[in-house]
Design a protein around this ligand. Structure first.
Ligand SMILES: Nc1ncnc2c1ncn2[C@@H]1O[C@H](COP(=O)(O)OP(=O)(O)OP(=O)(O)O)[C@@H](O)[C@H]1O
Ligand SMILES: O=C(O)c1ccc[n+]([C@@H]2O[C@H](COP(=O)([O-])O)[C@@H](O)[C@H]2O)c1
Length: 208
């Protein structure tokens, strides 16, 4: 499952768990993006924070792992590269790529979209507020209804910035990580609050 995970939340985890159960997957690899070029013109937290929050969130599930392939590759993150890297690392694996309905609707705009269907089975899951459909011209795409989790990373970031709780929207360890590093407060509020490790700023998203 690829994502920016800024931060990872229970919508991601429920989607991954449901797909793993439905398709009897041996492993779900969470792949935090390096440079998510289609994210809104704003900014994305440093990859190491997003990676570590993903590790914390998935640590208790023996079938969940986290890959650094996208954060270690320079340049914009393209799923065609992600899938090739994962296939190189696991030549015997039958790959599935999990997306929510919003992302499924965008796949035809991705780099090398026409090749993607041969590299993995795509599984689109329902997400509140979005219609779920297989992209025109795709092949081998599965659609799955999962328990509705009206949670987004955007909303979690906004809640933290407004000093509202994110308990139970994200795993407890992720709440504590966000507080420890003063994420999503903005650099000034974070420094004033004297958080461990100065807030390292944000990384502008660059289009390819
Ligand atoms: N609540 C949810 N239910 C189902 N799928 C989800 C949910 N939230 C995210 N996803 C899916 O998880 C993947 C990674 O999403 P991402 O990390 O961009 O989270 P997000 O909540 O959409 O973030 P943001 O609000 O910053 O855009 C995408 O395929 C997305 O569709
Ligand atoms: O390959 C692309 O061009 C492409 C464009 C946008 C998003 N993706 C992938 O879609 C997944 C979800 O991305 P995001 O930005 O919604 O967190 C993640 O794995 C991204 O790398 C991929």
């Amino acid at each position: 499952m690829g994502g920016t995970f800024d931060p990872i939340h229970h919508g991601h985890l429920v989607a991954a768990s449901e797909v793993a159960g439905e398709f009897d997957l041996d492993e779900v690899v969470f792949v935090p993006t390096g440079h998510p070029w289609q994210k809104a013109a704003g900014a994305v937290s440093p990859a190491e924070h997003r990676y570590l929050m993903t590790v914390i969130a998935t640590a208790s599930n023996p079938r969940f792992t986290v890959s650094r392939v996208d954060i270690e590759r320079d340049g914009p993150t393209f799923t065609v590269d992600t899938l090739r890297d994962l296939k190189r690392q696991r030549p015997e694996a039958d790959l599935f790529f999990i997306t929510g309905a919003d992302v499924m609707a965008e796949i035809l705009t991705w780099k090398g979209a026409e090749e993607l269907w041969e590299l993995a089975h795509f599984v689109g899951v329902t997400r509140p507020g979005h219609d779920l459909a297989a992209p025109v011209g795709s092949s081998g795409v599965n659609l799955l209804e999962v328990p509705a989790m009206a949670i987004s990373s955007t909303d979690c970031r906004a809640r933290v910035a407004q000093h509202k709780p994110v308990w139970y929207l994200v795993p407890d360890g992720v709440v504590q990580y966000i507080n420890k590093y003063g994420l999503y407060l903005g650099p000034e509020a974070s420094a004033e609050a004297g958080h461990v490790g100065a807030y390292p700023g944000t990384v502008p998203v660059e289009a390819p």
